[in-house]
Design a protein around this ligand. Structure first.
Ligand SMILES: [Zn+2]
Ligand SMILES: [Zn+2]
Length: 299
């Protein structure tokens, strides 16, 4: 970590007006990846992993890679580092046993049937990795550049999130959507949102890369995820994003970035990751056991 990012406070405390949202508050940690030169000993997006030399690098052996540049690629594809997160930096992570670093890799191809890059998660104990693999294999081909993240350092920042409007019951959703001035019971001040602000855009979930919190929806209505081994409802682990802000509002832009040309696509997307062009890839884990398989979803 070598930078800091600070999310401005929300324009209004939504729980003062809608107390029924208070029990739904969830912590999230925004990652704020920015181009840099992380080492294997740093948390990073697209950076070098603390990978032991005596452990084989993961490859995707799926048959369906290609065509790339009009050629069908054959053979396994080396998986690509997406994120490495040390628990010391992202304490929301629930590590199994003595493990203290989470590594996320993907195959840089969209796979049928749902056209998402398959992901692999590895938990490690950093102190046990004495010989770090210096030059991991690179993929022989990628579907497009958006699946090769730029190396970024991260600036983990803890925030509080509330559900996506689609995760709320219809009555509450309609109340929230109808509000244009917010006044807490007994308060003198009416806090008016800016004309384009809304619960969904400005008071509920942060856009961009994050651990935990509430998942973004939009391509579909919310889909509950259940563990294929034990049936438990799965928990959002990591949201991998194609941008940290977009034209729908800049209220989540950290103070440190507000002087940038915010509408330039590369500025809003420092890792240059594009999930099926402009979406989010949500990773979910089983809260009962880290040995149960994770799952993913594009939104
Ligand atoms: Zn693959
Ligand atoms: Zn399970």
């Amino acid at each position: 970590m070598n930078h800091i990012r600070t999310t401005p406070p929300r324009p209004v405390d939504v729980t003062a007006v809608f107390p029924q949202l208070a029990p739904l508050a969830r912590p999230a940690i925004r990652l704020h990846p920015r181009p840099g030169a992380p080492s294997p000993h740093d948390s990073s997006v697209g950076g070098p992993l603390l990978w032991p030399t005596d452990e084989p690098w993961p490859h995707c052996h799926d048959e369906s890679h290609g065509p790339v540049a009009d050629e069908w690629h054959e053979g396994p594809i080396a998986m690509v580092p997406v994120a490495q997160l040390y628990v010391r930096d992202v304490p929301l992570l629930r590590a199994p046993g003595q493990a203290d670093v989470l590594q996320v890799l993907w195959c840089p191809f969209e796979h049928e049937p749902d056209y998402k890059p398959p992901t692999a998660l590895f938990w490690r104990t950093a102190a046990e990795v004495t010989d770090v693999l210096a030059a991991p294999p690179e993929p022989a081909a990628v579907e497009y550049d958006g699946y090769e993240p730029e190396p970024c350092t991260v600036a983990p920042e803890r925030i509080t999130e509330y559900p996506n409007p689609l995760d709320l019951d219809r009555e509450l959703r309609q109340q929230l959507e109808g509000v244009r001035s917010w006044q807490a019971p007994g308060a003198d001040d009416v806090c008016a949102l800016a004309p384009n602000d809304s619960y969904g855009n400005d008071l509920s979930m942060a856009p961009g890369w994050k651990v935990g919190g509430w998942p973004p929806w939009g391509l579909t209505d919310p889909i509950a995820r259940f563990c294929t081994v034990c049936g438990a409802g799965m928990s959002p682990l990591l949201t991998i994003a194609s941008h940290e802000w977009d034209g729908s509002g800049h209220s989540w832009v950290p103070y440190e970035d507000q002087s940038l040309p915010l509408d330039k696509p590369d500025v809003a997307n420092p890792p240059r990751v594009h999930i099926s062009r402009t979406n989010n890839l949500q990773l979910y884990v089983c809260p009962e056991s880290p040995d149960h398989p994770h799952t993913s979803l594009i939104q």
